[in-house]
Design a protein around this ligand. Sequence first.
Ligand SMILES: [Zn+2]
Length: 195
Amino acid sequence: MAAPSGMIPSSVDANCAICNAPPIPECPHEGERLTLALDHAMGRWAQLEAIRDWAVKHAKNNVISKFHQRRHSRYQRTLGFLQTLPCYGLYITYNGRPPITPQQLGEIQYHIRNANEAFQAGVNEDWRRSCMEYPAILDYFLGLVQIEFPADHEDVIRYPAFAGGGAPLVAEQRKVKSRRDSVTTEHRKKEKRRG
Ligand SMILES: [Zn+2]
């Protein structure tokens, strides 16, 4: 409804801040600009970098240690197989020149060569398999990250320092913590309360 002439309507909507089009119909510019600004702010937000680094570090360690376990048990199985070969003990004892017939020697060399090739192929497969688990492992570690939001009634929200509201800026240094850090903090808080 238009205001009577000569009076100022108490609330009017502003035009688009970007293209100055009237507020209705709504154009997409402000939303787009906000999304862009948020993307840039997220890029500057050090916590995001910290989360990424933390998740990647733990995921890598996890993948590498699983790979080492798989390679180790594969090595044990391969060694176990070789030890079942006749003359393998002699072959080792005599440093690859055991006193056996050329035919026996040829046979054991053949098995060792095959076992080596199978071991290498198996290790490649172990590594590939370990790396394929990255998505699930990253999900797992990211799931351990805890994010805290201050409540709407807290002063940091009601009087943000950048707006000149006069409230002290008491933003927490670390709003994002790993679960372990968080547990430790909780523990300390409880201790303080008791003391
Ligand atoms: Zn616009």
